[in-house]
Design a protein around this ligand. Structure first.
Ligand code: NAD
Length: 480
């Protein structure tokens, strides 16, 4: 078991009198992986103060030099690749193949934003007079608070921290309490790459103590959060009270629409990838499959068969295709929704129960004839529970797809170009795909949801990140 520390002002600090908390392996619930300090509001304030002190020096560091540190951090992630991926599986539960994919992504994100050190910095505009210049320059916000969920414990911190640092901000990072060990390894790689003291601070602890302090701090210029809608809404109110810039990415209830002409094998493959990949614990997971009547019986039977055939177990074991739920709480939520689905009259086609002892294992679960307005079809579950909703035609499918509060990701399976592009036009989601699973994102593309999935302020990732992590200053110069 590792006894881990926080990082404040360049110093590694252990648990204070306020104690520590444990993280556990969801595949072996008796195994404690690590302990972390239960940081207090005062610790979070100290971290913000350290970041504020380090900020001017970091902002004044030439952007290519900041980028060089991110490049070095990417190399360190590569050197520690298997150690980090294994830790991720042991802490979050996803399979080793999925964990390797996530670590690869985090490394590539570091490289992408390292390159930003050599790219755009502002815009020159035509001046209104001779011998004059008019331009805008981009500046960092100052201290950026980063609050992240447990389901992508290295990729999400990387896609927030890397652009924050690349554009010259100092960071206070609060990871999810279920997965701080994986997050710590990213922090170590960045710190070991040569970040000056205080530029990146790592504070573990509860949302109430650490998270709320960051949201309420008047010294935080920008706050970026990924997590559930309920938490995000509270953070938004707190942070906007002092006019911090806020970016929130939250839940989803993502549909895949399967039209009559879809190739059955492809449709099933995409629903399995989107619904059961990452144990359904992805914000973009496919939790609803909306199927046109003509293909619905064949699709439902084939999806149930594919779900039942998936091998569930410890993500480190060879051949395991789906890991456990992250925690006892998440498993209980999944089981509650299975009970709700049965009670509401949906037809259970596959799974529905625990899948083995010792860990938070759940069978991949498929319900058919799910009412589009029922809780199974409306609420984010965040587990491997897929509901099939039947639809008369494309109009009916789109109306059902759009009938939820969320609007994160959506996909359609069809070879009919006209219907595919009608779906693209009319679906209410920030990420829209044709013949792809709802999950899976390219790091160079903007990402963000509509409706309750987002604060609808900024997108993140790729070229969008600069919009959140910098502010523009307009400069008038006359030299005539
Ligand atoms: P969560 O909202 O419970 O926690 C997210 C983070 O907020 C954690 O670090 C937590 O400690 C912190 N927090 C909790 N209470 C807080 C408070 N009062 N003030 C400040 N911070 C607080 O979410 P989770 O269970 O870790 O993650 C699952 C959720 O994240 C799902 O809803 C999922 O859809 C969402 N998610 C969204 C995206 C996206 O990009 N849209 C990506 C991944 C996950």
């Amino acid at each position: 078991m590792d006894i881990c520390k926080d990082l404040i002002g360049g110093q590694w600090v252990g648990a204070s009198d306020h104690g520590s908390f444990e993280t556990r392996d969801p595949a072996h619930v008796d195994a404690v992986l690590a302990t972390f300090p239960s940081a207090t509001a005062a610790d979070a304030e100290r971290a913000v103060a350290a970041a504020a002190e380090a900020f001017p020096g970091w902002a004044a560091t030439p952007a290519p030099a900041r980028g060089a540190i991110l490049f070095r951090a990417a190399e360190l992630v590569d050197e520690r690749f298997e150690e980090i991926a294994t830790t991720l599986t042991r802490e979050e539960g996803k399979t080793l193949a999925e964990a390797r994919g996530e670590v690869t992504r985090a490394r590539d994100i570091l490289r992408y934003y390292a390159g930003e050190g050599w790219r755009r910095a502002g815009e020159v505009l035509p001046a209104n007079a001779p011998s004059a210049m008019l331009f805008s320059k981009r500046e960092p916000l100052g201290v950026v608070a980063v609050i992240t969920p447990w389901n992508f414990p290295i990729a999400i911190p990387a896609w927030k921290i890397a652009p924050a640092l690349a554009y010259g901000n100092a960071v206070v990072f609060k990871p999810a309490s279920a997965t701080p060990l994986t997050a710590l390894k990213l922090v170590e790689c960045l710190q070991d790459a040569g970040l000056p003291a205080g530029v990146l601070n790592f504070v573990t602890g509860s949302g109430a103590a650490v998270g709320e302090t960051l949201a309420a701090s008047p010294f935080v210029g920008g706050l970026t959060f990924t997590g559930s809608h309920g938490t995000g809404a509270g953070i938004y109110r707190k942070a906007t009270e002092h006019f911090a810039r806020v970016h929130l990415e939250m839940g989803g209830k993502n549909p895949t629409i399967i039209l009559d002409d879809a190739e059955l094998g492809l449709a099933v493959k995409l629903a399995v990838m989107g619904g059961f990949g990452l144990t359904g614990q992805s914000c973009t997971a496919t939790s609803r499959v909306i199927v046109e009547d003509g293909i619905a019986d064949r699709f439902a039977a084939a999806l149930a068969e594919a779900a039942a055939a998936l091998r569930v177990g410890d993500g480190l074991d060879e051949g395991v295709q789906m890991g456990p739920a992250v925690s006892a709480d998440q498993l209980a939520t999944d089981l509650d929704y299975i009970a709700i689905g049965k009670k509401d009259g949906a037809e259970l086609l596959a799974g529905g129960g625990r899948a083995g002892a010792g860990g938070h294992f759940l069978q991949p679960t498929v319900f058919d004839h799910v009412d589009a307005g029922s809780r199974l079809a409306q609420d984010e579950i965040f587990g491997p529970v897929v509901g099939i909703v039947r639809a008369r035609d494309l109009d009916d499918a789109i109306a059902k797809a759009n009938s939820v509060g969320y609007g994160l990701a959506a996909s359609v399976v069809t070879d009919d170009l006209r219907r595919a592009l009608t779906f693209v036009d009319r679906i209410e989601a920030g990420v829209v795909k044709v013949n792809e699973p709802t999950t899976g994102l390219a790091l160079q593309a903007p990402f963000g949801g509509f409706k309750l999935s987002s604060a609808n302020t900024f997108k993140e990732q790729g070229p969008s990140a600069i919009e959140f992590y910098t502010r523009t200053k307009t400069v008038y110069v006359t030299y005539g």
